[in-house]
Design a protein around this ligand. Sequence first.
Ligand SMILES: [Zn+2]
Length: 163
Amino acid sequence: MRLTIVGSGDAFGSGGRSNTCFWLETAKATLIVDFGASALPALKARMLDINKLDGIVLSHLHGDHFGGVPFLLLDAQFLGRREKPLTIAGPPGTRTRLDAAMEVFFPKSTGIKWRFPWNVQEIALDVETDVLGHTVRTTEVIHQSGAPSPRTRAHMMCIAVRT
Ligand SMILES: [Zn+2]
């Protein structure tokens, strides 16, 4: 297993660091844990090839943790000419929030005929879940991120990925 810390900054780029993004290569897959708004240029600066990605695991739905995903999808569609499937795993509500972000940033982008298959896998809280052969365990914590949505106060997930 090889872990590359692409971004470890806060939402505001303090210290010149990129938003959260961890590149994880295992024997089974290449994953990214979190993909904040500034993650795509940070990956490119490190010469990491997004076409190698098999999946993205999102801890929660703040822009500094998932805001780069629309850019990644469109980069893969139009620049990378990706054909490999991509799994995006995240907390309950991920698909709705991702579609909303796509439409805010790039209107009508949710209607694109994608050249590669991608899917959203929503991970239940406090249940070990398989993501591309890796066990993802989540822990609910108090953090106002708007997901999962039906609760009176929102939560994020602390995640652990086991290979
Ligand atoms: Zn947050």
